[in-house]
Design a protein around this ligand. Structure first.
Ligand SMILES: *[C@@H]1O[C@H](CO)[C@@H](O)[C@H](O)[C@H]1NC(C)=O
Ligand SMILES: *[C@@H]1O[C@H](CO)[C@@H](O)[C@H](O)[C@H]1NC(C)=O
Ligand SMILES: *[C@@H]1O[C@H](CO)[C@@H](O)[C@H](O)[C@H]1NC(C)=O
Length: 681
């Protein structure tokens, strides 16, 4: 009651604002295709393309059960969009992920598929402006199913400028209709805004802002009016993320005062970009402040050492066996990139990089043919579990396979790496400077202000190495910025072969004055070993961007295979050896054995493959299971029940079964002496 009253009052106030303009973003994105992955990251994208992401259209019903280019199958497939069921999302979703995957992996087949799908949807736009075929259906029109398609279309226009007219025409026609639907919905029954549109309205706002920034065609007022209508048709993220209402424990322990999807992991991951998007038309600093504070609370109360947060459907607190949904990881990465672009606050970029290099690869098999629905920070098995540790998701959720639990992540996850790559470089709002945001092997070529043609090539094994060598060419002098992550305390930079000097980041960016011609920049960014306190007195171990885990040797069992694709298998993993260890963090030692060839194994994210490891003294302890099979909480003050030994910790993303939140014990001195064979003291 209170909120609906508030809604009318504030909407009225906003409509009266009058001088409608959009606040600029602090940093602009660079069009899809202008930033390319190199080295191991290029290989990683190829692994993805050779896996499920590049083949699901050939056999997977949610991408394939349609003849896109016409027939009735396509219609019944797309019709799902009108039904308010969970599956509706997958229809238009593949486009959002497949487009950047196709272009960055230079896959002719995927390019053709995405092109056909775009044409099919544009060709079936009806006279009202509605997009997608609609034949004789009496189901409600829902707006939100189209949003991932809009993101796909925007990315296509960035890469294929020849599509601009058609796509922009279609979007403007759609906006006129959507505006009417939203306004009519406000007055009587909702129109086009089911519970999903109510939480995901920010995706539409971001699309409207892309039109406003790039192709307004004199429709600025209508575009801003539609942004305002979208915002007021949706849930109040400014309240959900406020100190007063934010859930500080597992969602199932509380009563949600808002619509239930407001505490739903993927919707929150998408909703993280709502307030910065809204800020652009409200110009209200409070929107950015709440977004920032809400972000901090999200990670304080639900964060994972992997960089993600926990929500096994709904927010899931801090226990190491609760789940993090794969869709949440890729959507939170995308939102973090957007938050950085609007605000320039480096914490968003740090978190996105942590998710990309830890949480994302951890939840896919090395060859990227299998994905989980939920990953756990301590994951001693991936199998059908009894009892089930996830209050809202099925017991099969952490199996690696084609579509455990729900199909959505199968079609959504392929956006993860490609969009991370596309957001790795940005330009400043005055277009004079280039910003290297995400560290890793990339190359880019952009024209900055004053026709300054700039290229940058970054050679590095990062995050599997500390050194980044960047070669920059420019036709005119300019300032180059590179992000120095907050966890770097001893970073140095050397310019054109000069002596290394300490980096001096301001708001996370180190500035370098670059002359016309060629410049070489060598960054050395050794990470300190950092311990993070976790529940029950346990600790997580980080070095640099990487979280480290004990990689539990695994037994693999094939549970099923897709009849049309023998590579699409569901795999059960169970532990082949002990995982019950307490560690003594004072003994952690880092080692790096880079390959002599300079080329990392492919794929890199699997057992025993990364060149960087930590060694730590550990003792066996009693640590029971809580059912079949997930670990009980780490025991506090555990007693050693065997002799001390060294165990190896591997990058979290490579450890498909693992312990990453460890009980702590102190190795007695005599053990240390015994290890060194001088026990005559
Ligand atoms: C669906 O799969 C069939 C058989 O592999 C293939 O011929 C067809 O092109 C696929 N459809 C789409 C839309 O990719
Ligand atoms: C800014 O947002 C806050 C929180 O939603 C609200 O209380 C305040 O009235 C807004 N300020 C303006 C000028 O609209
Ligand atoms: C454990 O690792 C430390 C540090 O690398 C090393 O000094 C020690 O010899 C190792 N102990 C055993 C028993 O391997």
């Amino acid at each position: 009651m209170l909120f609906s009253h508030l809604r009318v009052v504030v909407a009225g106030a906003l409509a009266a604002l009058g001088d409608a303009t959009l606040a600029p973003k602090k940093y602009h994105t660079i069009p899809l295709g202008k930033i390319r992955p190199a080295g191991w990251l290029k290989d990683q994208l190829q692994v993805q393309t050779d896996g499920l992401a590049g083949h699901e259209h050939e056999f997977y019903k949610w991408v394939n059960d349609t003849d896109w280019v016409g027939g009735t199958a396509a219609y019944s497939y797309l019709e799902e969009v009108y039904a308010p069921t969970l599956e509706v999302r997958v229809n238009f979703t593949p486009q959002n992920a497949m487009v950047p995957n196709a272009i960055l992996a230079e896959s002719p087949v995927l390019k053709q598929k995405t092109w056909e799908f775009l044409e099919y949807v544009l060709d079936t736009q009806d006279e009202t402006g509605w997009l997608g075929p609609e034949v004789g259906t009496d189901k409600r029109r829902e707006l939100w199913g189209r949003y991932p398609f809009f993101f796909g279309s925007i990315q296509m226009v960035e890469f294929y400028p020849e599509l601009t007219e058609r796509v922009v025409d279609a979007l403007h026609r759609f906006v006129v209709l959507a505006n009417k639907m939203l306004k009519a919905g406000k007055l009587s029954a909702r129109l086009g805004t089911d519970m999903w549109a109510e939480t995901r309205f920010e995706d539409f706002i971001v699309t409207l802002q892309w039109l406003y920034d790039n192709h307004p065609r004199g429709q600025e007022d209508l575009l801003i009016d539609t942004m305002i209508e979208s915002k007021w048709s949706g849930i109040k993220w400014e309240l959900v993320f406020s100190e007063e209402f934010f859930p500080k424990v597992e969602a199932e322990k509380l009563e949600n005062p808002f619509p239930e999807l407001s505490w739903h992991g993927v919707n929150m991951a998408e909703g993280l970009k709502a307030l910065p998007a809204i800020y652009r038309f409200t110009h209200n600093q409070s929107d950015l402040d709440v977004a920032s504070k809400g972000w901090d609370m999200l990670f304080q109360y639900h964060g994972r050492p992997s960089g993600a947060f926990a929500a096994d459907e709904y927010l899931a607190g801090l226990e190491a066996v609760r789940g993090t949904e794969l869709c949440l990881v890729v959507e939170a990465m995308f939102s973090a990139s957007y938050l950085y672009q609007v605000t320039g606050d480096p914490k968003y970029a740090d978190q996105a990089e942590r998710m990309a290099y830890n949480a994302l690869p951890a939840t896919l098999t090395g060859n990227m043919w299998g994905r989980q629905y939920l990953q756990q920070q301590n994951q001693v098995a991936s199998k059908n579990m009894t009892p089930n540790p996830f209050p809202e998701d099925g017991p099969y959720s952490n199996v690696f396979g084609l579509e455990p639990n729900y199909p959505c992540c199968t079609v959504d996850f392929p956006q993860g790496w490609p969009k991370f790559i596309t957001h790795a470089f940005l330009v400043t709002s005055d277009s004079k400077s280039l910003v290297h945001l995400y560290l890793g092997p990339f190359s880019t070529s952009v024209v900055l202000a004053d026709d300054n043609l700039v290229t940058a090539n970054v050679e590095t094994l990062y995050p599997f190495g500390d050194t980044l060598t960047t070669t920059i060419t420019a036709t005119k002098p300019f300032t180059y910025f590179v992000r120095i992550p907050s966890w770097i305390t001893k970073g140095t930079v050397s310019l054109n072969g000069g002596p290394p000097v300490a980096v001096q980041p301001v708001k996370g960016l180190h500035a370098v004055s670059v002359d016309a011609g060629k410049t070489t920049l060598v960054l050395d960014l050794p990470g300190d070993i950092r311990l993070e306190s976790r529940p029950h007195g346990s600790i997580a171990v980080h070095r640099g961007v990487l979280n480290y885990a004990f990689d539990i040797p695994r037994i693999e069992k094939q549970l099923s295979v897709h009849p049309a694709e023998p590579r699409a298998v569901d795999l059960e993993f169970t532990p082949a050896d002990a995982w019950q260890y307490a560690i003594d963090p004072s003994t952690i030692a880092y080692s790096n054995n880079p390959p002599a060839s300079g080329i990392l194994p492919s794929p890199i994210y699997d057992a025993g493959l990364p060149p960087v490891t930590l060694s730590v003294s550990a003792c066996p302890i009693d640590w029971p299971l809580d059912g079949d099979m997930f670990a009980a909480p780490p025991p506090e003050n555990p007693t050693c029940v065997g002799s001390w030994r060294n165990i190896t910790l591997w990058p979290f993303g490579a450890a498909k079964l693992r312990i990453s939140e460890f009980p702590v014990a102190t190795m007695p001195k005599y053990e240390f002496v015994a290890q060194h064979g001088v026990d005559e003291v």
